[in-house]
Design a protein around this ligand. Structure first.
Ligand code: PBG
Length: 329
């Protein structure tokens, strides 16, 4: 008999295709990244991220209410810190009345059941644009992890549900977990950027926060001494295993599309929830190609976010979250 099997039978029409569909997106798959700035009534479009904005606290409040209406109930908060508040140790990060701490309160006040994740890293606060303290041209691991632990407690104090260290220092998950336990924040979770690669896809994000490594003598030009080498796969398993042992509740792979082999492997290897970050450069590429009329924006967007879930992501941070949810609901 030929053909042995007619696989096309289950693709005959839209209804039957949806009957056998394996991967379905829902609003609860998404984490919405938010960029926050000082000021009032500020809504600044990020030039390399069309239709994505930095918001002041008053507009942040409006935004999270709108997200909640779309059933987008998890946000990941980043702040743009004015230059005069930046230094080598990211001192401002520990200010109990800093922009991040105020942002968390504004969000929790506006939408009490919104899950608030906070970025824990020094780079937006660092005068050198690095995720760690620099001494003699070197990013010093253990001084940095102590600061990240303090920063995490400060975010927990402000009301963060989950802290999200994005720095890639060694041992920071254990240090953060111990600090949270010591201070009584037993229910504050940790989303660990476990397999975060030194990627060229972060450029637009660094524009958004003005957080790129500075070009100065004795300052490393890139983040390759702490973020992972993209030639490696086993290293991602090792990093993830250690973060889980140290107390990570959720592990993350970053970026998304170019790293879906890693996502699947981590999903198959471990038993904790896996997150993916579809990063700024991935967003920018789709926006730019669509602007030129070279790609169908919505079709490519849906294909990529679905591929991320199909690869094994239990959740994803995506700048497309709102646009996707408007299409699927
Ligand atoms: C830095 C950080 C980066 C992103 C999230 N946290 C950039 C970097 O490592 O330089 C990138 C996110 C994106 O590109 O969307 N701690």
């Amino acid at each position: 008999m030929f053909p042995l099997r007619r696989n096309r039978r289950l693709r005959t029409n839209k209804t039957i295709r949806s009957l056998v569909r394996e991967t379905i997106l829902s609003p609860s798959d998404f984490i919405v990244p938010l960029f926050v700035v000082e000021g009032k009534n500020v809504k600044e479009e990020i030039p390399s991220m069309p239709n994505y904005f930095r918001l002041s606290l008053d507009l942040l409040e409006k935004e999270v209410k709108e997200l909640a209406k779309l059933n987008l109930k998890t946000v990941l908060v980043f702040v743009k810190v004015p230059d005069h508040l930046k230094d080598n140790k990211g001192t401002e990060a520990l200010n109990p009345n800093g922009l991040m701490q105020r942002a968390v309160k504004v969000i929790k006040n506006a939408v009490p059941d919104m899950i608030v994740m906070t970025d824990v890293a020094l780079d937006p606060y660092s005068s050198f644009g690095h995720d760690g303290v620099i001494e003699n041209g070197i990013i010093v691991n253990d001084i940095t992890t102590a600061l990240l632990a303090e920063m995490s407690c400060s975010h927990a104090e402000a009301g963060a549900d989950i802290v999200a260290p994005s720095d890639m220092m060694d041992g920071r998950i254990l240090e953060i977990r111990e600090a949270l336990e010591d201070e009584g924040y037993l229910n504050t979770g940790i989303l660990a950027y476990s397999a975060k690669y030194a990627s060229a896809h972060y450029g637009p994000f660094r524009d958004a926060l003005d957080s790129a490594p500075v070009d100065a003598q004795d300052i490393p030009k890139d983040k390759k001494t702490y973020q992972m080498d993209y030639h490696n796969r086993l290293e991602a398993i090792r990093e993830t295993r250690m973060d889980i042992e140290e107390g990570a509740d959720i592990v993350m792979v970053k970026p998304g599309i170019a790293y879906l082999d890693i996502v699947r492997e981590i999903k198959n290897t471990f038993d904790v929830p896996v997150a993916v970050y579809q990063v700024s450069g991935e967003y920018a590429m789709i926006k730019a190609a669509a602007e030129k009329g070279w790609l169908d924006h919505d079709a490519v967007m849906m294909e990529q976010v679905t591929a991320i879930k199909r690869a094994g992501a239990d959740m994803m941070a995506s700048y497309f979250a709102k646009e996707v949810v408007k299409i699927i609901s």
